[in-house]
Design a protein around this ligand. Structure first.
Ligand SMILES: [Zn+2]
Length: 460
């Protein structure tokens, strides 16, 4: 019994831990806007092919820790919002510094547990095609991007800032058609009918983890394979694209990178792998799933460990994932000094939700320099640290400070000055919350090349 209680306590602590990673609550006139802790979200999604409309009905249970007006996000303007069953209004507000937006529920609430119901349209990345005799089709994908503001799951479903991890469940139906549809997604899926699926996702998923791609059943060439993990598991692998030759090359490369990553960082962290081969440059990673070009495939698979195995807690943490992945892309180099004097990758406005697009080149150079220092003091190097860091932080969300403190513990030396100069852009003291807003012009990176809205629409 004691053991059971302790176990329960442990899990409830884990589930609520991430509210500590939220940015500070703030005042809007005389109203206190409060970040909350999502516990569970049920998303009932309907693709009505006859009327060519898609919508989601979200039921979100959340806990609020401080008195004030609760925040959530949805890029789409909701049809209706209910709080504990009662219709209520909400409004779009700007966060301090104007770096992003959130929706604020128009009700001052004391601390407690509440249920929010949000119904909203789904219009982005959704294409209906009319066919004769009720053979209509729909393609819809919840593709995300992280180098610009507010382009994660909030584009499609009501959700929260990236710090929050919570249990998500999806019920998706396609109606008004005899055409069957299939769903590629990185959760535990149950097929109810050929146009109705239920999916349950792990509790540690955030708004940057979920992969969802619904298509007519005759679309794409598909490979269904199994990779054997070093821990003995048979990992189901799905590779799909428009062309058989693409699947062939993706398969060869993915198998090689899978072996490399397991050897370097330990067993593959997911119980499935989904690779959607696209014809456009770059790629994007999700938890155990990716849409990607062949060139970027290794980079994206590496992100299953760093970015979607250990998750960034906010926009100021995303640089680490790109730095680590880019450091691998260039063959884990070692440098006596970074190539630059000072740059701010991780001390932007605390409400920022995007990753600094200089993280690849500058971050990689910084890690090569850290690697050099570790070897100087007789350690095997940064890759050795990363293996332990991954094992320790797997399935959790981290900030730059967590990475730094783990690194210092590993090396038994301080990296404060290096982070201050090379990562925080010599801005303020390490505790200072000041920031700069000078993101450089968009540099092209072949792995996370900036993809346009039109390009993403073209791969539905
Ligand atoms: Zn990347």
């Amino acid at each position: 019994m004691t053991k059971l209680l302790t176990t329960l306590l442990f899990f409830s602590t884990l589930a609520s831990a991430n509210i500590k990673l939220a940015p500070p609550n703030f005042n809007l006139g005389d109203q206190r806007a409060v970040f909350v802790d999502f516990k569970h979200a049920q998303y009932d999604i309907l693709f009505d092919t006859k009327n060519q409309q898609a919508s989601v009905s979200a039921t979100i249970r959340f806990e609020q820790l401080e008195e004030g007006y609760p925040l959530f996000d949805s890029v789409e303007d909701p049809f209706s919002v209910k709080l504990n069953g009662e219709l209520i209004s909400q409004r779009l507000i700007s966060v301090p510094g104007g770096v992003s937006y959130m929706r604020m529920v128009d009700r001052k609430l004391p601390p407690g547990n509440y249920t929010l119901e949000v119904t909203s349209p789904i219009t982005k990345r959704t294409r209906f095609t009319r066919k004769k005799d009720d053979w209509h089709r729909v393609s819809s994908a919840f593709f995300i991007r992280d180098l610009k503001d507010r382009l994660l799951l909030e584009q499609y479903l009501p959700t929260n800032y990236e710090y929050d991890n919570y249990k998500m469940e999806i019920d998706v139906k396609v109606t008004g058609t005899k055409r069957w549809h299939s769903l590629f997604t990185n959760g535990k899926m149950t097929k109810i009918t050929n146009n109705h699926y239920k999916v349950s996702y792990p509790e540690f998923y955030t708004s940057s983890a979920l992969y969802f791609h619904l298509v007519p059943i005759d679309k794409f060439v598909r490979y269904y394979l199994k990779y054997k993990s070093i821990d003995g598991r048979e990992i189901p692998v799905t590779i799909y694209s428009r062309f058989r030759f693409y699947n062939y090359f993706a398969e060869k490369k993915a198998r090689r990178v899978f072996r490399e990553l397991e050897k370097d960082y330990g067993p593959y962290p997911y119980d499935q792998m989904i690779i959607y081969g696209t014809g456009i440059k770059g790629g994007m990673e999700y938890a155990g799933a990716t849409d990607t070009s062949i060139v970027a495939l290794g980079h994206e698979l590496h992100h299953f460990y760093f970015a979607k195995g250990v998750f960034p807690a906010n926009g100021n943490s995303g640089w680490m994932d790109e730095a680590i992945a880019s450091w691998r892309d260039k063959g884990y180099q070692t440098h006596e000094r970074p190539f630059y004097d000072s740059i701010n990758l991780a001390r932007h406005n605390v409400y920022t939700r995007k990753t600094d697009n200089r993280s690849y080149e500058y971050g990689r150079s910084f890690l090569a320099y850290i690697d050099y220092q570790l070897k100087e003091i007789g350690k095997p190097g940064l890759k050795d640290f990363l293996r332990g860091y991954f094992q320790k932080r797997k399935y959790t969300s981290v900030r730059t400070e967590d990475f730094k403190s783990d690194l210092e513990e590993y090396a038994q030396m301080s990296f404060s000055e290096d982070f201050f100069q090379y990562i925080y852009g010599s801005v303020g003291s390490p505790e200072d919350k000041s920031y700069d807003e000078h993101y450089h012009s968009e540099e092209l990176n072949i792995f996370h090349a900036q993809r346009t809205e039109e390009e993403l629409d073209s791969i539905l």
